[in-house]
Ligand binder design. Structure first.
Ligand code: T46
Length: 148
């Protein structure tokens, strides 16, 4: 991710604050625990797509982009990783390491996933089908757009 400014608040700051941890139901059982996610109930959008990242080699990162409309919910279904978030003026890092805690990401947040532990799995619930046109893959373009 390019160098950030950690700058002042304003509207862009509030976008970053919308990114938050949501605790999911955890049904404890001697046979093993169970966590459930229902569309528009436990996450604040209708789930239209599910994908997952796994077998991430040590030292590799994922993401490095933002979305125009897509909302997502990230869960460390196994292991752990860090999510570096940037709304164009502020930056924060969230560690995911519990399968019952997910990170809600609204639109217009630049994200990078780093520090994957061995064997980790990142489960992603998404509000829209895959669409390459929804991506900002250039940080300067993203920053210019959100500054408007
Ligand atoms: C995000 C992080 C956590 C598809 O064909 N369908 C899909 O649903 C997705 C997500 C990707 N792809 C293809 C597009 C690329 O050719 O898979 C390839 C890798 O995609 P990408 O570079 O976007 O993968 P990541 O892991 O860098 O990013 C993905 C999501 O795109 C992104 O929204 O937040 O996971």
């Amino acid at each position: 991710m390019p160098g950030g400014t950690g700058g002042a608040g304003g509207a862009a700051r509030r976008v970053l604050d919308e990114a938050r941890i949501i605790e999911l139901p955890k049904i404890v059982d001697l046979r093993g625990n169970l966590t459930v996610v229902e569309s528009s109930r436990h996450v604040p959008f209708e789930i239209r797509r599910v994908y997952y990242l796994y077998d991430v080699p040590a030292g590799e990162s994922r993401g490095g982009h933002a979305h125009r409309e897509l909302e997502q919910f990230l869960v460390a279904a196994s292991g752990s990783f860090d999510v570096v978030l940037d709304d164009g003026s502020s930056r924060k890092t969230v560690t995911l390491n519990r399968p019952y805690l997910g990170l809600y990401l609204p639109r217009l947040i630049w994200r990078e996933l780093v520090n994957f532990s061995s064997g980790s799995v990142c489960l992603v619930l998404a509000s829209l089908p895959y669409d390459e046109a929804d991506y900002f893959r250039d940080y300067d373009e993203f920053r210019t757009t959100v500054a408007r």
